[in-house]
Design a protein around this ligand. Structure first.
Ligand code: 44T
Length: 847
């Protein structure tokens, strides 16, 4: 076989010849030259193509050309992005990553594009890879920390730390396998834990599926580490797409799953189980025949669930879901029309609405008042496919609930008992000592309707699009039915109390119908945090005062500058205020309402702009004094209306803190840009932000951050893998109800001066004295936002729409009362990190 021997030599010769191929070399060098020329001419698209050619033909240029290639890629994809050529944008990134698969800068940048396009899981995967390649790369670190919560949701830590739940699931699975269920499918395996329980219990075949790519990869790592990668076949798929024998060779006798959220059905368990019963599970056991061979029939763990509900009053829920004030920052807002949070069980659900939100009732700021006893809303048997299928078509169920305590009806709360099998169940109730949140169905339409102890509340339970929906529809009072829907419309003068005669009932029904129509026409949706912001009078009042101070100072300055020009009210005299807040903001309108001010708002959504226009009109703000900045971007006419160069902004309002409790990304960059755009004497609002914090001992925060303890989880090695997704900064925290012990006074951690570029630093050492002994596990932090020298608002205030954040220390720090703790506070980009050390380590004698 002479040829066989000759082949490698031939190969080598060809390769050598390739490199020396003069035509090829010529092409490479001319392409390289063209790439550089195009780059110089800012023709990034062509430059990119030339670079691709060069680097594919001559990989040895990779190191040399890396920087210019990256630059070209970023410039070109920026252009593609701006004209919406998204597919091409991602194609470019993919080509770039084929050339530089381990380039953290390209990975991170692709992640940013993915994130902006809404592909959060994929985005987070890219940031994670970039960070693994270069753990000290600040851009990737910040991006990763911001998205890790989506990638591996925080409840994974809670669940794995919930030993009671783990053990109950393990026991139920063990019992089922031992009774003969020897082929098992784990739907939504997460870290792989339930599948591993089945294998360990002795199941012959175990399969698992997981739809999230990150979780699937994590589960693969976990199975390998536990030497179960041979024993459990895992696929990266949604169970609904699985087929026998393509994805699993045979139907299984047991499905285990915990694909339930606080509202039970939110993860699609009904659909998954209907599909599983038709395609993946052996037929169910018939009747009560205990002796049927378990390996020839199918069953599900959990076997079913009971859903409970309860009506409640809670100011905290109210202020996040409906408008509670009629005046904000000296503006009357009664003309705003109907404003709603996106959480609604309305009869016409649309894509942007969610039927419920979640809260841990036991941690609700201000607590809550139960207005009824808990009631059973639904019972569901997961082993009965007809029942599962019948859920959606099931008739509306009307439940009458005696009101036990008077109060304002703000929400219906829902929780459930998950029956793992006939002997064992888990509860997600508010009184339980578990980590689970409850589902909250806010009530929008009762406009402060107060329930009385003798009333009966009528609740409708339905199950449309496989979501459980609860809706308070009426109140029975003194034999009359008060339809809660008719209260929606403040203009509705009709008597909401029906006399029970068929005619009157018909009228009420008609009235309800009519209001529904008006409602869809008129209402404007605001995020829950935007609603809470609108309800925050203190915040708006502070802004109004600070603006009014600035405006009068500027007016005085103007008059001094142009003596004799008299009082004019033409546009030359106007002050210009720009509000670049994210989302819905009234601040531009508040500014405009001070007179002699032309304000520019960044509100983008048309419906929200309409609300502002309505409010401008009802508050006598001239139409031309409120403009929408972003509407003008593409329209040259509009651009011309912007203040001319000499007439720069008197005030620029920056939105500094995200609702989750973190400083907004690129805040300091925005501030320096804003400083350049200010007229003499003008101001940025806020002028300064002070970050404040406190040392605390909080086990809750630890449990939500990482799998705790040295012990294996149910005997499996899971913690080190999932803990890679630990994020040192915890967001959306409510400090007022956090279970923790305070170990110090409040302390100033950091100052960000938005008006003064030179005043800023990135590292600071702070000393704080422990006030009692304990383990410092976390440092919650928040912001004092100084609008000017005198006026400030705190993100910790009771009415705040902001939540707090906390740095969770990698290692708890033991302190004694009186110890000095040295905190090294760092601001990288806009992310805060803190490390803590004892300043005066106790000597051996003191220990
Ligand atoms: N809820 C805890 C846990 N998945 C949420 O990608 C439970 C919270 C909880 N994979 C109250 C009570 C409780 N096919 O990784 C996720 C998800 C995956 C699927 C493949 C499917 N059809 C699905 C559906 C979901 O399953 C994993 C877990 S689902 C979320 C569990 C007492 N509040």
């Amino acid at each position: 076989m002479p040829n066989a021997n000759a082949r490698p030599k031939h190969g080598r010769r060809t390769r050598r010849r390739r490199r020396e191929d003069p035509a090829r070399n010529e092409l490479v060098s001319s392409s390289l030259e063209s790439a550089q020329q195009c780059l110089f001419n800012q023709d990034y698209g062509t430059a990119f193509v030339h670079y691709l050619l060069v680097l594919n033909l001559a990989p040895m240029f990779k190191d040399f050309a890396r920087e210019s290639f990256r630059f070209t890629l970023f410039k070109w994809t920026e252009e593609l992005d701006s004209v919406g050529r998204i597919q091409e944008l991602f194609d470019c990134y993919e080509q770039a990553l084929e050339l530089f698969p381990a380039d953290e800068v390209i990975l991170n940048s692709m992640g940013e594009h993915l994130f902006r396009m809404g592909f959060r899981d994929e985005a987070a995967g890219h940031f994670h890879k970039a960070l693994k390649l270069r753990p000290d790369y600040p851009e990737a670190r910040e991006n990763f920390y911001r998205v890790a919560n989506w990638l591996v949701e925080r409840w994974h830590f809670l669940m794995l730390n919930d030993h009671g739940r783990n053990r109950k699931y393990q026991q139920a699975i063990q019992k089922a396998v031992q009774s003969g269920c020897n082929t098992v499918l784990d739907i939504g395996t997460g870290t792989g834990i339930l599948g591993m329980c089945a294998k360990k219990a002795g199941a012959a075949e175990v399969y698992a599926c997981e739809l999230s790519k990150t979780m699937y990869e994590l589960a693969c790592e976990v199975l390998t580490a536990n030497k179960m990668d041979d024993g459990i076949k895992i696929v990266h798929m949604k169970s609904l797409e699985m087929e026998v024998p393509k994805d699993i060779p045979q139907k299984v006798s047991l499905v285990v799953t915990e694909t339930v959220d606080a509202g039970l059905f939110g993860e699609g368990i009904i659909e998954s189980l209907i599909h599983a019963w038709h395609h993946l599970l052996l037929p169910p056991q018939r009747g009560e025949n205990e002796f049927q061979d378990q390996s020839a029939t199918g069953r599900v763990i959990p076997a079913g669930a009971t859903v409970f509900g309860m009506a409640l009053e809670s100011l905290e829920i109210r202020r996040h879901h409906r408008l509670c004030v009629s005046e904000v920052g000296s503006l009357s807002i009664s003309a705003a029309g109907e404003l709603r949070s996106p959480v609604s069980c309305s009869p016409e659900p649309d894509e942007s609405m969610e039927p419920y939100t979640t809260e841990r009732l036991s941690r609700l700021p201000g607590g809550y008042k139960a207005l009824t006893e808990p009631f059973t809303a639904l019972n569901i048997d997961f082993n009965n496919v007809q029942e599962l299928e019948g859920l959606s078509s099931r008739e509306l169920q009307r439940i009458h609930l005696p009101v036990t305590q008077g109060g304002e009806l703000d929400a219906l709360a829902v929780w459930f008992q998950l029956h793992l099998d006939e002997d064992s169940s888990l509860s997600t109730g508010p009184e339980e000592d578990t980590c689970w949140e409850q589902a909250i169905y806010p009530v929008h339409n009762t406009k402060g309707f107060v329930l009385k102890p003798q009333d009966e509340l009528v609740v409708e339970v339905s199950c449309r699009d496989a979501f459980l929906r609860l809706c308070s529809v009426a109140v029975l009072r003194d034999g009359h039915e008060i339809c809660l829907d008719t209260l929606q419309d403040p203009q509705n003068t009709g008597d909401p109390v029906s006399n029970q005669t068929p005619e009157a009932e018909l009228c009420t029904a008609l009235a309800c119908l009519q209001t529904e129509q008006n409602q869809t026409k008129d209402f404007c949706m605001l995020e829950c945090s935007e609603m809470a912001l609108l309800n925050n009078q203190e915040y708006h009042q502070s802004f109004s005062s600070a603006l009014s101070k600035l405006i009068s100072q500027m007016k005085v300055k103007c008059q001094n500058k142009e003596p004799g020009s008299g009082v004019q009210s033409d546009s030359a005299d106007l002050l210009f205020v720009l509000d670049v807040s994210e989302g819905f903001s009234l601040l531009s309108l508040i500014a405009a309402s001070h007179g002699h001010v032309k304000a520019f708002s960044s509100v983008e959504k048309v419906k929200q702009q309409e609300v502002l226009k309505r409010l401008a009109q009802s508050n006598n703000v001239p139409e031309q004094h409120l403009e929408f900045w972003l509407n003008n971007m593409e329209d040259e006419q509009g651009m011309l209306k912007r203040p001319s160069r000499e007439k720069l902004w008197s005030a620029i309002i920056l939105d500094c803190v995200e609702t989750c409790g973190l400083i907004r990304q690129k805040l300091m960059e925005k501030a320096s840009l804003a400083r350049c755009l200010l007229e003499d004497g003008g101001s940025i609002f806020p002028a300064k932000i002070v970050v404040q914090g406190i040392l605390v001992e909080s086990d809750t925060l630890l449990l939500e951050s990482a799998v705790q303890g040295q012990e294996a989880t149910l005997g499996f090695n899971i913690a080190p893998f999932i803990n890679q997704f630990t994020v040192p900064v915890h967001v959306f925290l409510d400090f007022s109800t956090l279970e923790c012990r305070h170990l110090s006074e409040f302390v100033e951690l950091f100052v960000l001066d938005l008006m003064e570029s030179t005043a800023n630093y990135t590292n600071r050492e702070v000393k704080v004295q422990a006030t009692s002994a304990g383990r410092v596990t976390a440092i919650p932090f928040w912001y004092q936002i100084h609008l000017d020298q005198e006026i400030s608002v705190s993100t910790l205030s009771q009415n705040s729409h902001w939540k707090q954040a906390a740095v969770v220390l990698q290692q708890p720090l033991r302190v004694q009362a009186g110890d000095w703790v040295r905190l090294a506070v760092k601001l990288q980009k806009s992310a805060i990190s803190i490390s803590a050390h004892i300043e005066n380590p106790p000597g051996p004698m003191e220990q």
